[in-house]
Design a protein around this ligand. Structure first.
Ligand SMILES: Cc1cc2nc3c(=O)[nH]c(=O)nc-3n(C[C@H](O)[C@H](O)[C@H](O)COP(=O)(O)OP(=O)(O)OC[C@H]3O[C@@H](n4cnc5c(N)ncnc54)[C@H](O)[C@@H]3O)c2cc1C
Length: 273
């Protein structure tokens, strides 16, 4: 039996598991969660969180915006030495007399305490599945996000024009010479989210051709995030829906990475006191 189990190998889950020396169950193939970098044709593209916020808390891990090797290299560094059970989705949480049983798609795990770091709508969805009640006021909305990963030459000045069309791009400096990650605004992402990837690509590419007459395009694909950043945050650092069960992550204190780290630090203080 584990003393603690963390669900989710994003920055919050990794920070907690590293300090508690406990396992993490993660549904994806790799670590990092929304701090995501994708490899295309041997080139790397950041397509989750694009920029490392500049604060005292985050500077302990990294300074500056671009992360050499891609945004995921930071969580990967923290992940070293942690027992991470990948490609395993937690389906239900069962409260036993004095511990928790985690039902996953690969078998069951047990722990005295469970720390759930999924984006809050997904965490509450898991509580619903598990018939664990909670205050409806805990619900938070998240911004959707659509990111276009393009390999193409881009001329100076394009950034300003695209911004007028609610598209913000980051040149994947140091990752891919001709690689661009386009972040559609929250409003445009919401409006286009139910379109197919092909339809979104068609719209963004049509727009790009109006300002980039060379019409050179080596590769293009779309990544959609249903939960990118919370629209608002809880002003408590974490929530406890039941004894031995903690919800934390970027829905608490501040939206984004800053909130994830602050929430994780508070959980650790609470568990280690
Ligand atoms: C496009 C985009 C742009 C962003 N821009 C910014 C920005 O500019 N500034 C900023 O500060 N932040 C930004 N963010 C948000 C930032 O990336 C997140 O706040 C932060 O990475 C969240 O970390 P986390 O560990 O709390 O959650 P996550 O990284 O989401 O980690 C949770 C993990 O839980 C796993 N999981 C979920 N459910 C289950 C389950 N049932 N079983 C097993 N595993 C599960 C998920 O796979 C995931 O790996 C952005 C995010 C995106 C996507």
């Amino acid at each position: 039996m584990n003393e603690h189990i963390v669900i989710g190998a994003g920055i919050a889950g990794l920070t907690i598991a590293k300090r508690l020396n406990c396992p993490i169950i993660e549904k994806s193939r790799g670590v990092g969660g929304r701090m995501a970098t994708r490899r295309i044709d041997e080139q790397k593209f950041d397509h989750g969180n694009p920029c490392w916020p500049d604060s005292m808390r985050t500077q302990e891990l990294h300074r500056g915006c671009h992360v050499p090797g891609g945004m995921t290299s930071l969580p990967k560094k923290i992940a070293k030495g942690i027992d991470i059970i990948l490609e395993t989705r937690v389906l239900k949480l069962h409260q036993q007399k004095d511990h928790w049983l985690l039902e996953t798609d690969k078998g069951d795990y047990t722990a005295n305490k469970v720390i759930l770091t999924a984006p809050l709508p997904q965490a509450l969805g898991l509580l619903d599945e598990s018939k664990i009640s909670y205050d409806p006021q805990w619900k938070l909305s998240y911004h959707k996000s659509i990111v276009g990963l393009y390999r193409m030459p881009v001329s100076a000045g394009a950034q300003d024009i695209l911004r007028e069309h609610q598209i913000y791009f980051m040149k994947n400096r140091g990752l891919c010479e001709d690689g661009l990650s386009f972040y559609l605004s929250a409003a445009l992402s919401e409006e286009w989210f139910e379109l197919t990837d092909a339809e979104i690509l068609e719209r963004t590419t049509r727009l790009l051709w109006t300002i980039l007459p060379e019409r050179l395009l080596y590769h293009a694909e779309i990544k959609k995030w249903r939960y990118s950043t919370p629209e608002t945050s809880h002003n408590t650092p974490f929530l406890k829906p039941a004894l031995g069960l903690i919800l934390c992550g970027d829905g608490f204190l501040y939206p984004g990475i800053e909130g994830s780290l602050a929430s994780a630090e508070s959980v650790l203080r609470d568990l280690l006191k």
